[in-house]
Design a protein around this ligand. Sequence first.
Ligand code: ADP
Ligand code: MG
Length: 576
Amino acid sequence: MLKLSRFLRPYRLEVGLVLVLTFAQTMSSLYLPKLMSHIVDIGILQGDVAYIVRIGAWMFAVTLLGGLAAVAASYCAARAMAGFGQGLRLRLFAHVERFTPHEFERWGTSSLIVRTTNDVMQVQQLVSMLLRMMVMAPLMALGGILLAVTTDARLSLVLVVLLPVMGLAIYLVMGRGLSLFQVLQSKVDRLNLVLRENLTGARVIRSFGRTPYELGRFDTANRELTDTSVQVFQLMATMMPLVMLIMNLATLVVVWFGGAQINSGTLQIGRLMAFIQYVTQIMFAVMMVSMMFFMIPRGQASARRIVEVLTLEPEILDPDAPRRARAGEGGVVEFRNVSFRYPGAEEPALSGVSFSSGPGETTAVIGGTGSGKSTLLNLIPRFFDVVEGSVLVDGVDVRDLTQKELRARIGYVPQRAVLFSGSVLENVRYGDEAASETAVRHALDVAQATEFIDDLDGGILAEVAQGGANLSGGQRQRLAIARALVRRAGIYLFDDSFSALDYRTDARLRLALRGELGPATILVVAQRVNTIVDADRILVLDDGRLVGAGTHQELLATCPVYQEIVASQASSGAIA
Ligand code: ADP
Ligand code: MG
């Protein structure tokens, strides 16, 4: 909670105003019963009309001021609260953006979404409430007690019994509320997870006929959430009547004893009326505090979940003293005895890999599924850090470069082409915001995408649906390639980026690429041997080990794993 208070700092003025205005509002409501008792006891009993009008006017003014203060306080609180939420969400988003894929997996996408939206809202509500009640509740309780005692000390003895009873009731209910709200939040997370998986995997679920199963899964999560919510609301529902009951009983007791005192002439009616109002105000203050006790655990649970994310240092950090890589045409990638293990995995995904690829060279990576090809490529833009050895880009260890500089040197086409909602043009410009339309069209040309884009309604301005859902796999891949091309980077990484293309398009694309990328280093993960026979260097991976490196001819002569791959593809007719 305290860690989050700094997000209120820009709104110091509003916060200060809320405190002052709430103070004024509370003072006015404490003052009014006093005035009323004067009207009754002096004005009405003595029949002094002028006095009644004078005090009445004064009461009106105090009420008006109190009301205005209340409105202004709400306004300032709303401003502070909205700004606080905005700042906090931005900070969370910016922080999460720095996470590695592994950290995303650890938290779960849906949990991160809930934390950024719902949890922030909970904290916002708590903050705005605390701002008002922090001043109002104690002031009203203490002021009420003080005024009640000065109004009639003997009647005030009622409070001595009343307050502990109320405190106990609240304490009992509160203890249970604390744990329930935490459970509630985790149920919300769970429901979000199931919902997300279902919405993104709808097609797969349907084709495997798993709809009933998923329905059951959703039903369970939904019901668990409902059950917990019901428990929470039940608890809240018992709280309010309980407080009201105690409050009404208190009034009853006060009227009982007060009535006797009026009969015996030791108390005036106006004073009794004022006393009842003070008791009500004291009770009201206690109720506010009890409500706070309800919201604090809830807000705290949310705050904890937010702080949890904010305090997690991303695994990949910029160095304290970054170095600058060599400038120049093209790029150099070098692996020096690199080993890597995914966090939590038993087996290393890469062990002892060394190679180097210079400007103008194409290095192909081949190997069975799970042999570590994607992993090898992912180490270059530093999506993960090596466990042993080092990865060098343009002569500098990637850990010594800022991530910004490192990634500016790389054009990366992932295994799964990820597109964003927006036009084709916007998607390609994702690679380089400043790219001219001519440059974008050229990149699309090289990526062999022009043909199908011309057929789209709107051409280059055609809308791409969220995730590229309205394009075929091969079309998505070509857009992802064009996006990398406009970067004009020194190093290009293609992670099996041609897998969804037909042979003809694949061949044309490769030809165009080499001409286009001239001095750049190209690292390409491939499945089909016939697409890499011309590569300057082929790396053969087997279970994370580099079992062969060389040209097609060299490997054919020396590397058994490579021979196997070639043989298997030849027999299936994949190699001409
Ligand atoms: P390839 O691209 O050659 O098919 P990968 O590099 O994707 O293989 O994976 C290499 C190995 O690392 C596999 O055994 C895979 O199960 C494991 N692996 C890949 N990604 C992760 C991850 N995020 N967390 C844990 N293990 C992973
Ligand atoms: Mg892969």
